[in-house]
Design a protein around this ligand. Structure first.
Ligand SMILES: NC(=O)c1ccc[n+]([C@@H]2O[C@H](COP(=O)([O-])OP(=O)(O)OC[C@H]3O[C@@H](n4cnc5c(N)ncnc54)[C@H](OP(=O)(O)O)[C@@H]3O)[C@@H](O)[C@H]2O)c1
Length: 324
């Protein structure tokens, strides 16, 4: 037997129960991975709460790293002891060990530790998707990133800076503002205290922006649209404050023939070649030091409910790990 966090009924963080489960055995095409570190992600809270419905009971978690301990039939290219990352689907990262399809594993380069890898795979691939696929950030342009001191936000900020963009980031506290500045953001707006739309107008002399990366959702809508130039792109990729309410497409015309996209990482890494290429780009940025991955909070996996409560209370900065 091993231990895992199980959600038997969706709800508040107390829904996360530390339980004994059978040791997972790999089926054909799968391996078993003994977990060394789990990355905490905001999407885990959507699953736990039932915002993104999953059949119960389930083991949450979309980002873990560990060592291969068993290899199922039909698997080639991997051996016992290989260090691998299990990212996105199938979920089930909050466990001392898990099975995972070999075709979806990523091998971790030697110079990246397990803890760094578990802090950067899902968040970093998301940042890569946003900066390089959903929109190609260009040198010299000014962009807005909401919740820029968060896990994804801090990586995206550094990626945009490495390209040569001017980054305006929003944050919810003075400590986050200080940290974000130290990671290269050019302008930081505390959107709890300042009206971010007016500040963007002031900073850009009303010229506004070509793109807004918005993971906050409800609380930054429709303000984010008012930060865009005509034909600008609103990338709404998360719901940290709640889902964006339904609205009439006419608003996009009225505010300047705007574009909107609602991307999901899974759709950008569905093809193995796209997945491998995006991962190579991420590893390269981290290995050459263009992106640092700050691990600011570490909890025991058993204590996942405290980690969820802190994440939802906006107490975390950068990446957070759960250690089995
Ligand atoms: N579309 C995709 O494929 C994809 C993939 C990965 C992640 N995401 C999304 O990206 C976002 C960031 O994920 P993450 O794991 O890195 O989380 P995170 O950014 O570390 O945490 C969420 C942050 O959102 C901000 N926030 C604003 N209003 C909030 C509210 N009412 N309640 C809670 N937080 C609020 C907080 O920062 P401040 O205090 O600074 O405001 C908080 O720290 C999430 O929305 C997630 O769903 C999307």
């Amino acid at each position: 037997m091993i231990h895992a966090i199980v959600v038997n009924k969706t709800g508040d963080p107390s829904a996360l129960r530390w339980q004994s489960i059978d040791t997972p055995e790999p089926k054909t095409g799968e391996v078993t991975v003994n977990t060394t570190a789990v990355g905490l992600n905001f999407i885990d809270t959507y699953h736990r709460r039932g915002l993104y419905p999953i059949e119960t009971p389930f083991i949450p978690g979309v980002e873990s790293v560990g060592l291969i301990s068993k290899i199922g039939r039909g698997v080639s290219g991997y051996k016992l002891g290989d260090r691998v990352a299990c990212v996105s689907e199938p979920m089930g990262a909050y466990a001392e060990a898990r099975t995972f399809p070999a075709a979806r594993l990523l091998k971790i380069p030697k110079d990246i530790t397990d803890r760094t890898a578990a802090s950067m795979m899902l968040k970093g691939l998301t940042a890569a998707m946003l900066a390089r696929r959903v929109y190609k950030i260009k040198k010299g342009e000014t962009i807005l990133i909401h919740a820029a001191a968060g896990g994804v936000g801090l990586i995206l900020t550094q990626w945009a800076k490495a390209i040569g963009a001017t980054v305006i980031g929003t944050v919810g506290s003075t400590a986050k503002a200080r940290l974000l500045k130290s990671y290269g953001a050019d302008h930081v707006i505390n959107y709890k205290r300042q009206d971010f739309v007016r500040t963007i107008d002031r900073l850009t002399h009303k010229r506004k922006l070509p793109v807004v990366f918005d993971s906050v959702g409800d609380a930054t809508f429709p303000g984010s649209l008012d930060c865009l130039k005509p034909r600008g792109l609103w990338v709404t990729y998360g719901n940290a404050s709640g889902p964006v309410p339904a609205f009439a497409p006419l608003i996009l015309m009225q505010k300047g023939s705007l574009f909107m996209t609602r991307p999901l990482l899974n759709h950008y890494i569905a093809k193995p070649e796209d997945y491998a290429k995006l991962a190579r780009e991420l590893f390269s940025m981290v290995r050459k030091g263009a992106i640092q991955i700050p691990i600011k909070q570490i909890y025991s996996l058993k204590d996942a409910k405290r980690a969820h409560a802190d994440l939802e209370a906006r107490k975390t900065i950068g990446s957070t790990l759960l250690i089995p």
